[in-house]
Each structure stands twice: as C-alpha cells, then as structure tokens.
Write a protein that binds this ligand. Structure first.
Ligand code: GLY
Length: 369
C-alpha cells in the first residue's frame, strides 16, 4: 500500500425504470450519509442488515446517515441464507411500519447478497415501493447482486422464487469491507468475477489469470478498478435489457448446470463455486460435441482451477438434468443455455432437454473417464 488516496470510481447505470450511480472506493462507509442524501428523498433512513454485518459496520453507517441529517432506524435479522425467507421478510416489513417509514423515506441495505435481495424486495413492496440504497459489503454483492435491481426471497419450493425487478437509487461499495470477508468466501465470489470476464472482457480475463483476485496481493486501487470494471460489465447488460428478455440472460453463463450442482449439494457448495464448475462443465461439454472451441473450454477450466474453484462435478447426470430442468428459467420443454464461443463472446441458445442431457454427459464427471 502506498498511502496515496484511493481514487473513487463512479459507474452510472441507466435502465428504463431508473438511472443511478454506483460508487466504488475505499473509506466509502463514511460517505453513505451524504451520498444517500443526494440520491434519495425523505427524512428517515432505515438500515437493514444481518447480525454479523450490523455488528461490524452499522454504527459507522448510522453515524454517517445522522451526520447528513437523516433520522435513522436499524432492523437486523440472523445472518445466513436460512433467513432469506418470507417470515424474515414479513418481520422486516412490520419493522419498517413500526419505524414509521413513509413512501418518501428510504431503506439502506447494508450487507451481502441475502441482505441486498431481501431489503430490495422489502423496498419494492413496502407501501408499494420506497427508495433503496444498496451498500454491499461482500465481493459477490459488490460485483453482481447490488447492481441491476433483482430482488428476491426464497420459498420452500426453491431459491429466489418470489421477487421483483426494483432498481436501487444509489449503490455505495466500500472495498475496505472485503478485509473482513474470509478467503473462502472471496474465492467463491471470484466465480462470478471470472464469469464477467468470460462474458465480455478478454483483458480482464488475462489480468485475473496473472494476478488472482483471491491472492491477497492486490492494491486498494486495483481492487477498486476491478470491482468497478465488473460493475461496468453488468451495467452494460442491464442497461440494454433490464428485465431479462434477451441480453441479460447471458449473465446466466454457468448457471444452468451450476444451479443444478448447487441444489444437489443442498446449497453447501457456494454459488460462485457452483457457477464456476457449471461454466467449466458447459464449455467442456459443448467443446466435446464440437459446438465451441476446445481452447475456450481449456482456458476457462485453467483459470477456474488457478483460483482453487471446482472445475467439475461428481453428481449423477440424471440428477443434474432433473435439477437443471426444474430451474425457473426453463421455458416449456426447452431451456436457454449460454454458449461461450471465445473469451469475451457468448450467445444464448435454446436447447431441448435431450440436447442438455448430451451436453451434461459430455461435460460433467469427466475425471472418472
Ligand atoms: N445475477 C444475474 C442478474 O442479475 O441478472
């Protein structure tokens, strides 16, 4: 570290429903109050956070909000994916009402993906919609879930099955928060970072291969630049297709098989790790069937392995097929898959269940052969 001030980067997201800035920098938690003041209306800012993140950062964020003239409230829920359910969401709505939040006031979602998704869904539905500021504290939330307006809670029937597209009014990402994230969780999130590079940035792909993001030797400036670049990649997609009618489906690269791997592990394998394995299996399967280049599959598998992420799965193929086919992104009897043609070039293709079975057979469990 040089001791030089770290340059803040601002990425503007411009969707049909809302235009907003994503601020990425170091020391940003102290800026949350004034930034939310500029972006949001109202008098009350209600911070929603989980028990772990609240203990680490809520005081600083509440103080920053108060210093910018906000009346504040704090609602917390137990940390963990198990909290991402209707009952917690219901309690949050009751808490917002008890705090006297009006439609003009705002919610500040402070935390990782679970918090952002659930607080975002509360904002989308409380009084038919109030503003939300996303303050992501995990790498996955910074590079992916805080941007683009997908909000959700899980149902007994599956993950993220109730939700809404609801864009935030501002996103403030402080990379200093990553200091308190475990190496394993950073590594898991790198699955989505690698996915972004495969989607649209060969230079980022090369950089991630040279200097792994989970290696611990990146300067704050490099971290800010890489997080902001990921936000730009996602921004370019959601600006063009906010509601996942077309281009946004490319963000599901690795997810068709990845979701199946994740579900088969009963969600013990992390989302980013599952996506990484799903991306490798899909690329390898397509390459073996002659539908993409062997070299693309090799390069994706090499970088995923370099990060210590899984490159394959030993889950039974019939189980993978059943779980992939029960995904909410299925359309009738066909499913859209994302085909990597080169690093930086992908397309969405509709395939039948039989075709997906062939890809899974060709690309999964290859170590056993
Ligand atoms: N995480 C994929 C999307 O936001 O569309």
């Amino acid at each position: 570290m040089t001791g030089m001030p770290v340059q803040e980067r601002i990425v503007t997201v411009d969707t049909p429903s809302r235009t907003y800035d994503v601020h990425v920098g170091s020391g940003m938690l102290e800026q949350v109050g004034p930034l939310v003041r500029e972006a949001c209306t109202g008098e009350v800012a209600c911070v929603i956070s989980d028990s772990t993140v609240a203990q680490l950062y809520a005081d600083r964020v509440l103080a920053s909000l108060a210093s910018a003239g906000w009346k504040t409230a704090l609602l917390t829920f137990p940390a963990g994916e198990a909290s991402k359910r209707i009952s917690t969401y219901g309690k949050l709505l009751e808490g917002l009402a008890a705090a006297g939040l009006t439609r003009d006031d705002c919610i500040v979602a402070l935390g990782g993906g679970v918090t952002g998704d659930m607080a975002g869904f509360a904002a989308a539905t409380y009084l038919r919609g109030c503003e939300v500021a996303q303050v992501p504290t995990s790498l996955l939330a910074m590079v992916d879930s805080s941007v683009g307006g997908k909000t959700a809670v899980d149902l007994e029937a599956g993950k993220n099955l109730a939700g809404a597209f609801f864009q935030p009014s501002i996103v403030v990402a402080d990379v200093d928060c990553l200091d308190t994230i475990s190496h394993d969780l950073i590594t898991d999130s790198c699955g989505e970072v690698i996915k972004h590079a495969v989607l649209s940035d060969p230079a980022l792909f090369d950089e991630l291969g040279r200097t792994p993001l989970n290696g611990g030797d990146l300067s704050r400036d490099a971290l800010v630049r890489i997080v902001a670049r990921n936000v730009e990649i996602k921004r370019d997609v959601v600006d063009a297709d906010e509601r996942e009618q077309g281009l946004r489906q490319t963000l599901n690269l690795g997810h068709t098989i990845g979701h199946a791997i994740e579900a088969a592990s009963d969600y013990h394998l992390g989302h980013g790790s599952s996506v990484a394995a799903g991306m490798c299996c899909m690329a390898r399967g397509l390459a073996r069937l002659g539908e993409t280049d062997e070299d693309v599959a090799r390069r994706i598998t090499t970088i995923v392995a370099r990060y210590g992420l899984p490159t394959d799965t030993d889950v039974d193929h019939s189980v993978l097929l059943r779980l992939a086919h029960s995904d909410k992104k299925r359309h009738g009897d066909s499913i859209n898959i994302v085909v990597p043609h080169a690093i930086g070039s992908v397309s969405v293709e509709k395939v039948s269940c039989e075709r997906l079975a062939s890809i899974i057979d060709a690309g999964c469990g290859t170590k056993e052969r």
